[in-house]
Write a protein that binds this ligand. Sequence first.
Ligand SMILES: [Zn+2]
Length: 159
Amino acid sequence: MKLILPVPATSIRNDPAGSGVFKARRGPRIHKGVDLVCEPGDLVVAPLDGWITKIGYPYSDDLSYRYVEITSESHLVCRVFYIEPTVELGSEVEAGDQIGFAQDVAARYKLDARGGIRYRTNQMLPHVHVELRCTEAHVASKTKEKCVFLDLGLFFFLE
Ligand SMILES: [Zn+2]
């Protein structure tokens, strides 16, 4: 199966607000995806062939941010966060098809109207967050794709 980058990324986020590598520490949690640096408004494409199985909300306190979930025929689940969707639930996509435009997630972490500073600096780089999930159904399908974002030299194995 073909797996491609959803944005024309040149790097993984690593800024004063944190590291965007897979399994980076987030306090007590670990980062379950990869943050690909991009510009707000950048075209975002489907990383793999499949169907749009969810269009969700990453933040319950700010419904302007969205994510799109794509499930492949082999039950591999990919979510791309912080995008303005241009697809509808249930539609079929091929790797490379447009699914939306990058949102400005960094704006959420700047000094905000609530007066809080979420990080010491506001120098988070705009990015999309990409997650791949290996479902039981995917394991059962015996395809066991090795998910590798070769463009970044990043091995992103399924668990
Ligand atoms: Zn992330």
